[in-house]
Design a protein around this ligand. Structure first.
Ligand SMILES: [Ca+2]
Ligand SMILES: [Ca+2]
Length: 283
């Protein structure tokens, strides 16, 4: 008789004459488990394969989505190219004026360089700005401006203005600027917004960076509700852009991700090797 506290000691270990019978019974059980071993290994191998596939899908999904970030000043862009539009005559069509960069309006009309200082307004670099105002043969303005770059960049920004409030227009008609970035295939990478400070001066910097190359950008004057502005044209100056720098590094697999992949591959290969050896032994 034994209680719950009585330790169970194998008969063989106690020198009992039935100990040999007990050992043979245990061996039979073990042999039975051996017959299941190939199946256990195969199931384990399938599980590892599934985990590996899931991990690869997760890594692909995480790396397939570009990350964009807002830049707060031209100083955030190192090694940048700067275009200030100065030195050109007033009302110079700029669509294809400057090598490497071009501009367009959604309505197909010209984008002009304007002498902003000549009409009593200030800009970050006097005298000229780029705008989507009406021109000599353009009857109206546009509240969007598209920028195309021959060579993709990773950071882009500009000063914007002409965001005053006039009594004749709704005060929230031009409430914020949106700058969107697009990759070379035309896919939108993301956008950043900045509230307007409501004066005519071209005095606010809006910038965007991305871990993916940017080939096209779009400025949009938006109302407080996010609708397109009806009454204000886009006016920008000091376009600043740069190729990749330290703040826009390409995402790379993390060390933990690489270690995880290595471990999974190792376990997978080991499971396959053991399964093959066992299968040969069972044949
Ligand atoms: Ca200028
Ligand atoms: Ca302003």
């Amino acid at each position: 008789m034994f209680s719950g506290n009585t330790p169970i000691v194998p008969l063989a270990a106690r020198g009992h004459p039935d100990g040999a019978v007990e050992v043979r019974a245990l061996q039979r059980i073990m042999n039975g488990c051996e017959l299941c071993r190939p199946w256990r290994i195969m199931i384990r191998s399938l599980a590892v394969r599934s985990l590996l596939a899931l991990w690869l899908c997760a890594v692909a999904a995480s790396q397939g989505k570009a990350a964009v970030f807002q830049l707060n000043s031209p100083g955030d862009i190192t090694g940048a190219t700067n275009i200030d539009f100065d030195g050109y005559s007033n009302l110079t069509a700029a669509n294809n004026l400057i090598p490497g960069i071009s501009f367009s309006r959604d309505d197909g009309q010209s984008v002009f360089i304007y002498n902003w200082t000549a009409i009593g307004r200030s800009t970050i670099s006097p005298d000229n700005v780029l705008g989507t105002l009406a021109g000599p043969s353009e009857s109206t303005w546009s509240s969007q401006l598209n920028v195309f770059l021959d060579v993709p960049v990773y950071e882009f920004g500009a000063y914007f203005g002409n965001d005053q409030t006039l009594r004749t227009f709704p005060p929230t008609d031009f409430f914020r600027m949106r700058l969107s970035a697009y990759d070379p295939l035309g896919q939108c990478l993301g956008s950043v917004d900045l509230m307007a400070n409501h004066n005519t001066a071209v005095d606010q910097f809006i910038g965007i960076g991305s871990d993916s190359p940017i080939s096209r950008l779009r400025f949009e004057n938006l109302s407080a509700s996010g609708a397109a502005s009806k009454y204000y044209c886009v006016t920008v100056d000091n376009l600043t852009f740069a190729p990749r720098n330290s703040s826009s590094s390409v995402p790379e697999p993390s060390l933990s991700a690489l270690l995880g992949l290595g471990l999974l591959v190792h376990v997978l290969l080991q499971s396959q090797r053991v399964f093959q050896n066992t299968a040969r032994g069972s044949a």
